[in-house]
Design a protein around this ligand. Structure first.
Ligand code: BGC
Length: 475
């Protein structure tokens, strides 16, 4: 045991979790009546994903759930975050047709978790929109809010007697930007500056509808909580003594986190600077109005539609104002350059520079900007690329350093953090990077007929930390 383990002190009832998502682990892509999702379509096109890999089989958790459960038991998790595949439950995305085999699968997962003393945290939409709904405009269509609300209500009715922690949508920022502007994620659109804001807007509307439905119709009997998982980097000024760099860092936070957090936690609308900049850039393009949509007064209110703050944090950036020719789109609206401090080690993929202090700073920022909400860290992790290291000392260090910063955020900054979910339980399908990037606490041998799961050293040490924390919380 390392000396600093003693300094990682979490409150009693702290949620010790790990997270996964349906498309990344389940496989069984066409099994038992599941309908296709946009990720099936995207992966089945050539040249979209590393070596044209797909989630067709992934960790085959659809057939090997018991193997995942063993991992969860060995880790001693108190919570497990999973997502439901919308098109496994409702193959064409609507409640016109319900796939009972999909319902049975998730009932088994949820019941097994509860029988083992593990609370499920369930995400309704983790990037995998039913293809049938994409064909009708997907998240760019205003009708999606009603369709999502029906799906959410179906899930609350079906599983809400047992599930008490819900996340409507995972990372609307990544979904909107990668899927509707950069084109590197499904649905693979690349229309700068328009479709991402529309998709983001409809995700906020859909989330709010589902929250209101839960609040009015299900909370009184089910007593659970609903939020959405927000991605954010931590951004800091490249030169802290430069007012322009400080302003660029604020702007970066407003565009990445504020885009979704401001309407929900501050005032029902987008951050003022984001509104002003998108409006000005749109006018400069000769458009009659801003590319950023506006919230209608007739819609259910967005403000206050989260019962806790769910944060996915991976990395940090040093930023300064952009100076190149104005680009049309999100990057042109934001006008910020960034890099990483050479002192932050880059792990696995090139975007992931490790800076645990960034998480502590981000937790303080959330406390100050968004009214000291209850926070769950719903994703955080460290990846491996290249030859597999089961004795992954660097990832062990990473978890300790990160949890120490979380502990400091709680005790020194006063952040109300109630739980931490490591990404991920298992090595899995890492979207456009396929299987070459491994985030698991458990190694998965994708060549083995039963996709053998083996704990990394970091998985074993995470289990020790959890056990140690449970003991100290009791004493
Ligand atoms: C996503 C996960 C993903 C992880 C690592 C998050 O953006 O929610 O699905 O695997 O980051 O890239």
């Amino acid at each position: 045991m390392l000396a600093d383990d003693q300094d990682i002190i979490m409150p009693s009832n702290f949620a010790w979790g790990a997270a996964t998502s349906a498309y990344q682990i389940e496989g069984g892509w066409d099994a038992d009546g599941r309908g296709p999702s946009i990720w099936d379509t995207f992966c089945h096109k050539k040249g979209k994903v590393f070596q044209d890999q797909s989630g067709d089989v992934a960790c085959d958790s659809y057939h090997l759930w018991e193997e995942d459960l063993k991992c969860i038991q060995q880790l001693g998790l108190t919570h497990y975050r999973l997502s439901l595949s919308w098109s496994r439950l409702l193959p064409d995305g609507t409640t016109r047709r319900i796939n009972q085999k999909g319902v049975s699968y998730y009932n088994r997962v949820i019941n097994d978790l509860l029988a083992n003393g593990v609370s499920p945290m369930v995400t309704l939409h983790h990037f995998d929109l039913p293809q049938a709904l994409q064909a009708q405009g997907g998240w760019q269509s205003p009708q999606i809010a009603d369709l999502f609300d029906s799906y959410a209500q179906f899930c609350f009715q079906t599983f809400g007697d047992r599930v008490k922690l819900w996340l409507t949508i995972n990372e609307p920022y990544i979904y909107a930007k990668f899927g509707h502007e950069d084109g590197c994620h499904a649905p693979g659109l690349d229309q700068p500056g328009v479709s991402l804001y529309l998709a983001g807007h409809n995700m906020l509307r859909a989330h709010a509808r589902a929250w209101h439905s839960y609040d009015a119709l299900y909370r009184p009997t089910q007593g659970g909580q609903v939020s959405l998982a927000l991605f954010s980097d931590w951004a800091e000024a490249h030169d802290p003594s430069s007012a322009l760099d400080v302003a660029a860092a604020e702007r970066y936070m407003a565009f990445v986190l504020g885009w979704f957090a401001w309407p929900i936690f501050v005032n029902g609308d987008y951050p003022p600077e984001m509104k002003a900049r998108v409006e000005a850039a749109s006018r400069a393009q000769g458009l009659p109005s801003s590319r950023l949509p506006t919230f209608s007064k007739e819609e259910p209110r967005i403000l206050g539609t989260a019962d806790f703050f769910a944060l996915n944090y991976y990395t940090s950036r040093r930023v300064w104002p952009g100076s190149g020719p104005a680009k049309i789109g999100f990057e042109g609206d934001l006008e910020v350059e960034r890099d990483v401090d050479p002192a932050w080690p880059v792990c696995g993929n090139s975007w992931l520079a490790v800076f645990p202090e960034g998480l502590r700073k981000l937790l303080k920022y959330i406390k100050d900007k968004f009214g000291n909400p209850t926070v769950y860290i719903t994703e955080n992790g460290f990846s491996q690329v290249g030859p597999v290291e089961i004795e992954d000392a660097r990832r062990c260090r990473f978890f300790r350093d990160t949890l120490l910063q979380v502990s400091k955020a709680i005790h020194e900054e006063g952040a109300d953090v109630r739980g931490y979910f490591a990404w991920s339980l298992l090595d899995n399908f890492e979207w456009a990077d396929g299987y070459r990037v491994r985030f698991g606490l458990y190694h998965v041998d994708f060549a083995h007929p039963r996709l053998k799961r083996t704990p990394y050293r970091s998985g074993r040490e995470y289990a020790q930390l959890i056990a140690q924390n449970k003991t100290s919380a009791r004493s």
